[in-house]
Design a protein. Structure first.
Lengths: 66, 188
């Protein structure tokens, strides 16, 4: 299992930013709007996943869960 | 220091019904959390400062912890909703993941506990939480990291620098598990 530590050491070597913020806007207002969107989508999804679990147990059906 | 404070969060929930924090609600400014952080909007874009139990004032040192948990739960739930819908149409190749063996997505957890890699998933996610999540939360508590921020590699660096003993422990556990696996498989 030594490849795991090699992988971690590889991550350590390239420990800077991965450049995964290409989608993020530069100015602060637009960036805060993206953070708002993340929070709101997350809050909706936290409620939605409870509803999905409940309805797929109650009805036993697939995607529309009806 | 701060990990002890975060640990005391769990003990603080036991004393939540004690009448101690009465004075804090009178001194703190209303809605000060919503001025520091984003997230004070509802789905229509209107202002929505929702904290009816005044948790952010009663447990003021744990505002970052609350924000971290909200972001983490929200990201996980967004992935979970996507996963619930996608697995009704597409499955990864493999006999135990097929529609014939698991017709409904909600049964996948119980079915894959018997036949699938659920325990291995638990092992790796648990290792990730020990090595990455715990030091990142600790760094968040000390103010070195925004709640919900930073990339994984930086967190692994924090893990390397802060908890080398824990990493060595995890590494030793991996070797021990591999040894158990090899000896039990080949009956050495």
């Amino acid at each position: 299992m030594h490849w795991v530590s090699y992988l971690l050491l590889l991550l350590l070597k390239y420990n800077t930013d991965f450049g995964w913020s290409w989608f993020a806007p530069a100015e602060k207002g637009a960036f805060d709007k993206k953070r708002e969107a993340e929070l709101l989508n997350g809050r909706l999804a936290m409620i939605a996943v409870g509803g999905i679990a409940t309805q797929s147990i109650v009805t036993g059906h697939g995607f529309p869960f009806l | 220091m701060k990990s002890a404070a975060i640990l005391s969060l769990f003990t603080a929930s036991a004393t939540a019904f004690a009448p101690a924090p009465v004075s804090t609600s009178s001194t703190s400014l209303a809605g000060s959390v919503f001025d520091d952080y984003v997230g004070a909007k509802d789905f229509r874009g209107a202002e929505f400062k929702f904290d009816p139990l005044k948790l952010s004032e009663t447990y003021e040192p744990f505002q970052g912890w609350f924000r971290e948990t909200e972001l983490r739960h929200g990201r996980t739930a967004m992935l979970a909703v996507t996963g619930f819908v996608v697995t009704d149409y597409v499955r990864i190749p493999g006999d135990m993941y097929s529609f014939a063996s698991i017709p409904s997505t909600i049964d996948a957890h119980d079915a894959l506990l018997k036949t699938g890699p659920m325990y291995q998933l638990l092992l790796w996610i648990g290792l990730f939480d020990i090595i990455v999540t715990a030091p990142s939360v600790q760094a968040m508590g000390e103010g070195e990291r925004e709640p919900g921020g930073e990339s994984i590699s930086i967190l692994i660096c924090i893990a390397f620098y802060r908890l080398p003993n824990l990493f060595l422990f995890a590494h030793t556990c991996m070797h021990a598990l591999g040894l158990i696996f090899v000896t039990s498989t080949f009956e050495i």
